[in-house]
Design a protein around this ligand. Structure first.
Ligand SMILES: [Zn+2]
Length: 307
């Protein structure tokens, strides 16, 4: 079974620790050896600039992570291939792993649209407008002001639309979420779960989930324990619960997986790294048809790659 994963923070971890090897770095949930053993087919790699980086250094930091993507993730390995479109993902020969660049938060571009266009030209195919706080584009979910898209934020979304780039709603304020639904052609939630099951602010309520389904967006169920459960330690069975719920709203073909591996300290008890993906697949196969499992694991995401 192929595996597509819509979100990980490997680049950020490798930027923080230049000694980490993508091949077998022990501290990586998602390293190449684990991906090979589990059967990875496509991984979306986020450029996430740590909050501590001063504004004036954020764009350089983003470029450094793009550099890590090409020089330390893609170039050294014959079986890792940078992928920019649906067609390239479809044509990927068996045994190859597609790697797609994404941006988690537009803080990196400040107020300069040229920087966004540059990152897109460097291969970024999905862009989250902000992380948890406010920036020039919009507010994040933990920014108490709760603002929607600024004019600059709308300009960013326009650039996404013109370039067939996904606008990622994970992390956005509720108002920014609805603005994106209104303005963006290609919407994705790379790593967010169901608020009805777990009331974390990063999760999506029923109206938001229904809007994503109506918009034909991909909804990336994530493995972040505190987005899965808030009363006890999370496990694979909780991931299934979130999947069941989105399916019950009519979103069975919207469901994809966005682990957030390497962006999290805690992991589900029985899903400790990429290596454990087969355990999740086994559980999914117990409850869903082959075709549905195939959808969650890769086809639903593949079919929604804008191109
Ligand atoms: Zn995130």
């Amino acid at each position: 079974m192929k595996i597509y994963d819509a979100h990980c923070d490997v680049l950020s971890k490798m930027w923080n620790d230049p000694s980490l090897s993508f091949l077998d770095g022990e501290d990586l949930h998602t390293n190449l050896k684990k991906m090979r053993s589990a059967g990875a087919s496509l991984q979306m790699f986020a450029v996430y600039i740590p909050e501590r980086v001063p504004d004036s250094a954020k764009f350089d930091c983003a470029l450094e992570m793009v550099d890590i993507f090409y020089d330390r993730v893609v170039k050294p390995y014959d079986d890792v291939v940078a992928v920019y479109s649906k067609e390239e993902a479809v044509r990927l020969p068996a045994g190859k792993i597609g790697a797609m660049l994404t941006l988690e938060g537009c803080d990196a571009i400040g107020r300069e649209i040229t920087r966004l266009k540059t990152l897109i030209r460097l291969g970024v195919r999905s862009v989250g407008l902000t992380w948890n706080y406010g920036n020039a584009a919009c507010d994040g979910i933990l920014e108490s002001r709760g603002g929607g898209l600024s004019d600059f934020g709308k300009e960013i979304v326009q650039v996404h639309n013109e370039n067939d780039v996904w606008t990622d709603v994970s992390h956005l304020s509720v108002k920014a979420f609805w603005d994106v639904i209104e303005h963006a052609d290609h919407v994705i939630a790379t790593h967010s779960n169901v608020k009805k099951i777990c009331t974390h602010p990063r999760n999506l309520d029923d109206d938001q989930l229904k809007a994503l389904i109506k918009k034909d967006a991909a909804i990336g169920v994530t493995f972040v324990p505190k987005f899965l459960r808030n009363d006890r330690k999370a496990s694979i069975s909780d991931i299934l619960e979130h999947i069941d719920y989105i399916a019950s709203l009519g979103g069975i073909s919207n469901i994809v997986l966005g682990s957030d591996f390497d962006g999290i300290d805690q992991v589900p008890s029985d899903l400790r790294s990429y290596e454990d993906y087969p355990k999740l697949i086994e559980e999914l196969e117990r409850r869903y048809s082959n075709k549905e499992v195939e959808g969650f694991l890769w086809r639903n995401l593949l079919e929604r790659i804008p191109s």
